[in-house]
Design a protein around this ligand. Structure first.
Ligand code: SF4
Ligand code: SF4
Length: 334
């Protein structure tokens, strides 16, 4: 084919990689720099990718080793020990005692605790703590339609602990067979708190427990209540804590946190009812650090709420709550 006139002097060809411009027989080669750079970058990326894969393999291996060590430590380090804690099944109650330490008369609508949260808290705790004695209470726990499940879950996660269900007894005569079987089958004690209006029912409660083969741990008659809130907040926290009768025995588990006592744990109920801002105990993460005793150690020191407390403030005879501040606050006019 005949070449174009200009093609005799100029031509643009390629040798497969580079472009070649020929001008009057002089060949100028244009290297495909970008392509080369791209190839070089691709190669480097492949190398980096390889390294990354090797690193993640190594990390995976180290994680595996760390977990192995953790597991071995779990076997040889005994979990932290806790003598006692208590936990609400409901916040409301059907007796409404004046000055109730759990502020139940001030709970304005029924509060049924969530079984799934309860189960998660117990699972977490049981992996970190050995607990000698646990009490399920409230409020009145028999008001909860799922009370049987709470009992079974507590036992599932703490197979060797002494577990008690605490009730004022009012609903006991109405409880179905399944309730009694759950208590009996899980070897859970029934604790009946005795209050003056129910004094005459105690024999009936004992009889019901005996008929159903349930272990009873009936307390003595409680006819005095204590008012201990110091709304001025000028108590010496250490001194209050030292005097405190509940400090050795009343930690409360609430929403995954362990609090020093019910008075401090549920103070938000009081605050909400009376529109107050008294600091309440935020507690320690029930599980966090518990293996090293962290959660337990926290309970061995006064909380901010102890400044707002006079443990042996003022006492009074049992009565029905009038939801008056003076039932809790030592400074409120009676
Ligand atoms: S029976 Fe117990 S929980 Fe209920 S109001 Fe009385 S003291 Fe509080
Ligand atoms: S607030 Fe402190 S001093 Fe008061 S009852 Fe609770 S732990 Fe005891």
């Amino acid at each position: 084919m005949k070449k174009h006139f200009l093609e005799r002097f100029f031509s643009l060809t390629t040798d497969g990689t580079d472009k070649i411009l020929t001008i009057f027989g002089i060949r100028i080669k244009f290297r495909r720099k970008h392509k080369e750079r791209l190839l070089a970058l691709k190669n480097r990326l492949n190398v980096l990718d390889d390294r990354l894969n090797r690193l993640s393999e190594e990390i995976g291996y180290h994680n595996y080793q760390i977990n192995n060590v953790r597991n071995v430590l779990g076997y040889v380090t005994p979990p932290a020990y806790m003598q006692y804690f208590e936990v609400h099944v409901t916040d409301h109650c059907n007796l409404n005692c004046k000055g109730c330490a759990h502020y139940c008369p001030l709970v304005t609508k029924p509060v049924f605790h969530d079984i799934d949260k309860f189960s998660a808290d117990f699972r977490e705790l049981s992996s970190k703590l050995t607990v000698e004695r646990i009490r399920l209470l409230g409020g009145e726990p028999l008001l909860h339609p799922d009370v049987n499940r709470f009992i079974a879950i507590a036992r599932r996660y703490f197979p060797y602990s002494e577990i008690h269900l605490v009730t004022n007894g009012i609903l006991l005569p109405t409880m179905k067979k399944g309730f009694w079987e759950t208590l009996q089958g899980n070897e859970v004690f029934l604790d009946i708190s005795q209050y003056p209006p129910l004094k005459d029912k105690q024999e009936l409660y004992k009889q019901l427990a005996a008929e159903n083969n349930v272990k009873l741990s009936s307390g003595i008659l409680t006819n005095k209540f204590w008012c201990s809130l110091n709304s001025k907040g000028d108590s010496d926290a250490n001194e209050s804590y030292r005097q405190c009768l509940s400090m050795k025995n009343c930690p409360n588990l609430r929403n995954g946190r362990m609090m020093v006592c019910p008075e401090a744990c549920y103070l938000d109920i009081y605050n909400e009812y009376f529109n107050e801002k008294i600091p309440f105990d935020k507690g320690s993460g029930a599980g966090r650090g518990a293996r090293q005793g962290g959660g337990v150690r926290y309970l061995k020191s006064p909380s901010e709420a102890c400044k707002y407390c006079i443990p042996c403030g003022r006492n009074f005879e049992w009565g029905v709550s009038m939801k008056d501040k003076s039932e809790w606050d030592v400074h409120a006019r009676v």
